[in-house]
Ligand binder design. Structure first.
Ligand SMILES: *[C@@H]1O[C@H](CO)[C@@H](O)[C@H](O)[C@H]1NC(C)=O
Ligand SMILES: *[C@@H]1O[C@H](CO)[C@@H](O)[C@H](O)[C@H]1NC(C)=O
Ligand SMILES: *[C@@H]1O[C@H](CO)[C@@H](O)[C@H](O)[C@H]1NC(C)=O
Ligand SMILES: *[C@@H]1O[C@H](CO)[C@@H](O)[C@H](O)[C@H]1NC(C)=O
Ligand SMILES: *[C@@H]1O[C@H](CO)[C@@H](O)[C@H](O)[C@H]1NC(C)=O
Ligand SMILES: *[C@@H]1O[C@H](CO)[C@@H](O)[C@H](O)[C@H]1NC(C)=O
Ligand SMILES: *[C@@H]1O[C@H](CO)[C@@H](O)[C@H](O)[C@H]1NC(C)=O
Length: 417
């Protein structure tokens, strides 16, 4: 890629924005007052991205988004214009960088792992999405972009679908590129123009994906990236499972002692606090919910599953119990209602019966009185009889029944007496 940067100023600036590797906020080859580089300072910083997310104390996400899934940290181009990238906030001054990853498929898609220093020393692993059988190794020194003859491609088996261990082992004497424990390339200090172009200043760690084949890129870049990217094929995902970084110089800060850019000029300071790390080097690392779950010991998972099942089961039981009880209560209420209704009905019936009886009684009485009255004769007869009887002694003498006496007796006998 840098060979083409050299061919075009426009391309150079484009790649600078896409990649940042030709840009530095303060170049110690030109200035003596550049801020110190924060050191990693530990021998074994590890982070497993299937278990932890990058904290922003340790990592600077320079282009979003980075997602976390089963494959760890996922750098995905989901649409044109995306180029998810992170760089470490720490620097190492020699040491090791080990990355377990799978580059993205996709024509024109570039997956990369880079070490870069403030004076633009650089060490690269690069993959071209359209080529699933080669990896590019490369390096640069002191920002010399015209020195484009350092790239070497190496065959590798199905990197897009197979986890491989890409390790750099870097010392003042040599730089090794190692795949799965096999050293595929060694750059010796003396072989790099007698050390003049050997990467040797404190470097940060960068991971990212970008579309070298974007139609907006210059033709040289598109060609280098293996052709134009077809965005109908998105998403393009580079997956980083885990990372281990070892800083050979155990300082807390690194400072350029002069503008030579030589490793001997670098000062290792210990005055400041070490950078607060994440991953396995910190108990307070951040995790996604699924990472938290995956991180639980098996027995805890069983307990949690048990408790959750218990709670759910209990909830179902309580729910069922409530339903049954409500139904039972409903039934009970209905029964009560029925009983009440029946009772009322009974009372009504009884009342009606009473009423009937009373009516009947009254009828009877009426009937009786009618009997008394209508067959006036018997009543009268009785009365008359009685009266008669009475009257007889009384009237015995009055044997001569006159109309008045009769009438009078009849009236008296029926009405009041
Ligand atoms: C560094 O960490 C790796 C992974 O956790 C472990 O296997 C290795 O033993 C560690 N090395 C040192 C020197 O602590
Ligand atoms: C982090 O620690 C856990 C538990 O100790 C271990 O299983 C895992 O492999 C470690 N990850 C790395 C990247 O060292
Ligand atoms: C993160 O990177 C951006 C762009 O390179 C830079 O402006 C910013 O200062 C960095 N932040 C930190 C905390 O390093
Ligand atoms: C992959 O890249 C290598 C090295 O440049 C090249 O020899 C090979 O033909 C490429 N394969 C494909 C499929 O493009
Ligand atoms: C940059 O690299 C080229 C090619 O190796 C070399 O000719 C040139 O002298 C270098 N420039 C500097 C400033 O070292
Ligand atoms: C990756 O390769 C390096 C170098 O060979 C080795 O030290 C390290 O243990 C390997 N890591 C894993 C996880 O296998
Ligand atoms: C800081 O510590 C490192 C490693 O212990 C040592 O090599 C270096 O000289 C120390 N720097 C200072 C300024 O004390």
């Amino acid at each position: 890629m840098h060979s083409f940067q050299a061919t075009s100023v426009a391309l150079l600036s484009l790649l600078a924005t896409a990649y940042g590797q030709t840009f530095t906020s303060c170049n110690p080859l030109e200035k003596t007052d550049c801020p110190p580089n924060t050191a990693l300072g530990v021998a074994n910083y590890t982070i497993d991205f299937s278990q932890n997310t990058m904290s922003d104390k340790v990592w600077n996400v320079t282009a979003r988004p980075i997602n976390y899934g089963d494959d760890g940290a996922e750098f995905t181009i989901a649409q044109q214009g995306q180029s998810p990238t992170v760089q470490s906030n720490f620097f190492i001054f020699f040491g090791q960088v080990e990355i377990i990853m799978k580059p993205a498929a996709g024509q024109g898609i570039v997956s990369s792992m880079v070490l870069q220093s403030m004076d633009l020393d650089e060490v690269d692993w690069e993959f071209i999405g359209g080529n699933n059988s080669y990896v590019e190794t490369n390096f640069f020194s002191k920002g010399n972009q015209t020195d484009y003859g350092n790239a070497i491609w190496y065959p590798i088996e199905d990197p897009q679908n197979t986890w491989h261990n890409y390790t750099l082992d870097w010392s003042p004497e040599k730089l090794d590129w190692i795949i799965d424990g096999n050293v595929i390339r060694t750059l010796k200090y003396e072989d790099a123009n007698n050390g003049l172009k050997f990467p040797q200043t404190p470097c940060d760690v960068r991971l990212g994906i970008w579309a070298g084949g974007d139609p907006k890129q210059p033709q040289g870049t598109i060609d280098w990236a293996g052709g134009e990217t077809n965005y109908d094929d998105v998403p393009f995902t580079m997956a980083v499972k885990s990372l281990r970084v070892s800083d050979a110089s155990r300082g807390t800060q690194y400072v350029y002692g002069d503008t030579s850019g030589s490793w001997q000029s670098i000062k290792i300071l210990n005055e400041t606090k070490p950078i607060p790390l994440d991953g396995n080097n910190s108990a307070s690392s951040s995790q996604t919910v699924s990472q938290k779950w995956n991180g639980l010991p098996q027995t805890t998972k069983y307990i949690v599953i048990g408790v959750v099942c218990g709670v759910v089961g209990l909830a179902i039981l309580v729910f069922a119990f409530c339903c049954i009880r409500q139904r039972r209560a409903g039934k009970h209420e209905r029964l009560l209602e029925d009983a009440k209704y029946e009772k009322m009905q009974g009372e009504v019936m009884a009342y009606r019966a009473d009423m009937n009886r009373m009516r009947n009684d009254r009828k009877m009485m009426t009937a009786a009185s009618v009997e008394h009255f209508s067959p006036v004769s018997p009543m009268m007869g009785n009365a008359g009889a009685a009266f008669h009887g009475q009257a007889s002694p009384m009237m015995g003498g009055g044997r001569s029944p006159n109309q008045m006496g009769y009438g009078y007796a009849g009236g008296r006998g029926y009405q009041k007496y």
